[in-house]
Design a protein around this ligand. Structure first.
Ligand code: GLN
Ligand code: ZN
Length: 777
């Protein structure tokens, strides 16, 4: 055994899973049809990995929605409110109804059940469904999916696959206590017997290796948490002495958890050497090196799309080979390949991805090949084919280092010459607020939305036609204008205070800007799962960033011409563009981010000059860029906040700068958020019932803020009462005059009917809240 893989993208080469899930949800296909799609994706993935020459191939890395949700279902950790859906029926043996209800909420048959929370998977743009725990939480083995998939993989492969499971400690640590009086780790004693059951059953089925993912080992842990790993793994070891445990963590160093890890009774340990190459020498100093434990060396970047530098990788690996012997080394990608697109070979059109850039890239399938080539070079250094690949790799690496596509001296100079004044508004917030209030004249609790409106089939078709040149630019623009006109009318009818143009011209909030900036390239099929059936196609940021022309002014200006109410200009911020792109790895991220900031700044200025008085710079990704280890936070936050301020600070006091953030915990970086000094922030809170507000008890958030009053990630229409309740909770900790009323994110994934209903209720809620304030004064 020389190589293995930690996980393969499960959306399918052409997003087959997305389509099938959405059809299933719409009632257009049966669960059997959906399951058939799942089977064929799995089969294709296993075959791809086998053909690439990977020795140990994962199973159970497939999921219809999310691997943490799979785990919750398998372990019977099903929140009580889903009780009415617990019954399995013969029509739904996989409990897909329950499963998707947990992910997306359920509003049918007179039931109204809220979805479980979703949050970012470490520092990725993947979202997992957060397990919910109660003090009396019990677990039971509820689903056979894992065991069936093991048999299925074995049959397809003709060899024994390696089941992948979230380990018990990370499973608990990634979950959430839904009531007071206990700590999630207290549940370990109740949870472990189920893991024992699972492992024993896999062992009985013939499994030999099993991959236990414990990504929490990349985080700052307390001693009690570390001890949980020690006792959990001792117990699992006793229960299944013959099963081989491959323990995997990724995205960061083991760091101060290493001493604990080195003592665990495991058979192989995976190291992410892309994020932390330094830890290899540390590991070789531990007792683990003196046992027979294998090391899985994650040398091929599972988080980015650049080709591996094979010479460098071989150098990196060598000390481990010298110390342990080649037979104790396994080569692998740094983490699951879930975070990169499937296959570069799906990129056929030369105009989207120029050949010169393409040779710098490797997607999931190519990464498998890189892993296998490295293993071949280690085991048979003279192997002809591997040598040829190595030579080609060298040539591509050198080409990328020197390519004129990448370097733009004027842009680099502009970043170099930035001064403090460039990240400073003219006046402090209080003064700006007065100026803005005088000009904008907004009511108490102004209502607004986050930017995008439902993207209908017609809108997507219009964009696709333009892309394929089947529609003239004039026709395309006329269509967009028509959408904007309708959206403005609709918002006026609803009675919203600050309008938006609706973002109908945008496929994706980052891709749209990337396409208009120099320094970006685009794949046609480079999709990556973001959550559930939602996929994103991150732009490839390969060179110095430059804005050749205004990007949004035309649409904002048109929208503003249709209404006396203020229309918000809508931009994506530098940190988010950075975070949601595949970013060049040949210069510090900070430098790339400041290049982006300058491009956004120029756009902000152009919008202001075109008469747009409110400009939103979305930074939903600022929190997820946070390093996993706290010791690295300040460095990151300093440049991230600086980048936002550079983007926002060129305008006069009367221009109201908004920002928007979603999908994270913000409590721990609330001071950095305040430091961004946006005049207004709209922020996700509704799914977590406004937990964010806890932060404001001790922290006086200085500027205006719109804590989202309803969850747009579910089709459920919120009631007026529940939104008023949330508003009142906000009013308890924030001054009423600083509060805005808005949904918690953009509405592009919703449909019009539910959106209309939801916003009607929202405007009503704001109205009633205003009245209640006037009554009390
Ligand atoms: N303005 C964007 C939209 O409404 C913001 C999206 C986001 O926060 N992810 O779609
Ligand atoms: Zn959002």
């Amino acid at each position: 055994m020389r190589t293995h893989n930690l996980g393969y993208p499960r959306i399918g080469n052409h997003r087959e899973l997305k389509r099938a899930c959405e059809q299933f949800w719409a009632g257009k296909i049966t669960s059997q049809q959906l399951q058939q799609v799942g089977r064929s994706i799995r089969e294709a993935n296993w075959q791809t990995q086998q053909q690439a020459g990977i020795s140990l191939i994962p199973c159970n890395d497939f999921s219809y929605y999310d691997q943490m949700l799979d785990m919750s279902l398998m372990l019977g950790a099903i929140p009580e409110r889903f009780e009415p859906l617990q019954q399995t029926t013969s029509a739904d043996p996989d409990r897909l109804t329950l499963y998707f209800a947990m992910a997306r909420g359920y509003q049918q048959n007179e039931l109204d059940i809220k979805a479980m929370e979703m949050t970012k998977w470490f520092d990725t743009n993947y979202h997992y469904i957060v397990p919910e725990f109660t003090a009396t939480q019990s677990f039971q083995l509820l689903s056979d999916t894992l065991f069936n998939e093991f048999d299925e993989a074995r049959k397809v492969l003709g060899q024994i696959p390696k089941p992948v499971l979230i380990g018990p400690v990370s499973y608990l640590l990634l979950g959430k206590e839904k009531e007071a009086g206990f700590q999630k780790l207290d549940l370990l004693d109740r949870l472990l017997p189920i893991y024992e059951q699972i492992l024993s059953r896999l062992q009985a089925q013939g499994a030999n290796w099993i991959q236990l993912d414990e990504p929490c080992l990349a985080l700052d842990l307390t001693q009690a948490q570390r001890d949980a790993f020690t006792s959990a793994y001792a117990q699992l070891r006793r229960a299944t002495p013959d099963l081989k445990f491959l323990l995997a963590s990724y995205f960061e160093c083991y760091g101060d958890n290493l001493a604990t890890v080195a003592q665990l009774p495991i058979d192989a340990l995976h190291l992410d050497l892309v994020r932390c190459s330094g830890q290899l020498s540390d590991i070789l100093q531990t007792e683990l090196a003196h046992r027979s434990t294998l090391l899985s060396l994650g040398v091929v970047d599972g988080r980015n799309i650049w080709i591996n530098n094979q010479d460098q990788s071989l150098q990196l690996i060598q000390p481990a080979v010298d110390a342990l012997g080649i037979d104790r080394i396994l080569l692998a990608p740094s983490c699951s390949l879930l975070h990169v697109p499937c296959d570069l070979q799906n990129e056929t059109a030369d105009q989207s991805l120029p050949a010169e850039i393409k040779q710098w890239l490797a997607f999931a399938r190519q990464k498998l090949d890189e892993v296998v080539t490295l293993a071949t070079l280690l085991h048979e250094p003279e192997n002809q084919i591997a040598q040829q690949k190595r030579a080609a790799n060298r040539a591509a690496i050198i080409n990328r280092q020197h390519s004129p596509l990448i370097h733009r001296p004027a842009v680099q100079a502009r970043v170099q010459n930035l001064t403090d004044a460039d990240s400073q508004r003219n006046s402090p917030f209080g003064q700006r607020q007065t100026t803005q209030q005088a000009e904008l004249n907004l009511p108490l609790f102004p209502t607004t939305t986050i930017g995008s409106f439902p993207q209908t089939e017609a809108i997507r078709a219009n964009r696709a036609k333009r892309k394929k040149q089947e529609k003239s630019q004039a026709d395309y623009e006329a269509f967009i204008e028509e959408q904007i006109r309708e959206a403005i009318d609709w918002q006026e009818t609803l009675g919203l205070d600050v309008l938006v143009h609706g973002e109908f011209e945008r496929n994706d909030m980052v891709e749209y800007f990337g396409e208009l900036l120099d320094g970006f390239a685009f794949s046609e099929n480079g999709w990556v799962q973001s959550y559930g059936s939602r996929c994103v196609k991150p732009p490839i940021l390969y060179g110095d960033v430059y804005r050749p022309a205004p990007m949004t002014v035309r649409w904002a200006q048109f929208a503003q011409s249709l209404t006396p109410r203020p229309v918000k200009g809508m931009l994506t911020g530098p940190v988010t563009i950075l975070q949601w792109s595949f970013v060049r790895d040949d210069q510090p991220r900070r430098d790339t981010c400041l290049q982006l900031a300058l491009a956004v700044r120029d756009e902000v200025m152009d919008l202001a000059n075109a008469g747009i008085q409110i400009i939103q710079i979305d930074e939903p990704a600022i929190r997820e860029g946070l390093p996993l280890r706290q010791e690295n936070w300040t460095t990151y936050l300093t440049w991230a906040v600086q980048a936002f301020r550079v983007a926002a600070s060129g305008v006069a006091d009367n221009i109201q700068i908004h920002t928007h953030m979603c999908y994270s915990e913000f409590n721990d970086i609330i001071d950095a958020i305040a430091d961004m000094d946006a005049d207004v922030i709209t922020i996700e809170t509704s799914r977590s019932q406004m937990e964010l507000l806890d932060a404001f008890v001790n922290f006086n958030y200085p500027n205006e803020i719109g804590p989202g009053v309803y969850d747009i990630h579910s089709p459920r229409v919120p009631t007026v009462e529940e939104m008023i309740r949330l508003l009142h909770r906000a009013m308890a900790v924030l001054p009423a005059r600083n509060l805005w009323v808005n949904p918690d994110c953009g509405l592009k994934t919703r449909r019009w009917p539910e959106t209309t209903e939801a916003l009607k209720n929202m405007v009503q809620a704001a109205k009633q809240a205003r009245e209640s304030v006037f009554e009390t004064v």
